[in-house]
Design a protein around this ligand. Structure first.
Ligand SMILES: [Zn+2]
Length: 77
């Protein structure tokens, strides 16, 4: 289980508007830069807010299905 799959509790995802993005960040999804002034998302593990990371919106969305698949309810045996 990784940081983004609940290792440090539920992950809160907040949208960062272009005017709020004053610095360049590196996206953990693609390891590419998120230039200042670009709208993106910030993911904050509830129990480890220091580990928050800024992601491209598309990169975050791309990784989400894995987490959803893992936590999807299983059929009863
Ligand atoms: Zn990215």
């Amino acid at each position: 289980m990784g940081i983004w799959d609940g290792l440090y509790g539920p992950v809160e995802v907040k949208a960062v508007q272009p005017y709020e993005a004053r610095k360049q960040y590196v996206c953990p999804g693609c390891h590419g830069p998120i230039p200042a002034g670009t709208g993106h998302v910030v993911a904050v593990p509830r129990d480890a807010p220091d580990l928050r990371r800024h992601w491209h919106r598309a990169c975050w969305n791309r990784r989400t299905p894995t987490a959803l698949k893992k936590s999807a309810p299983r059929k009863r045996r």
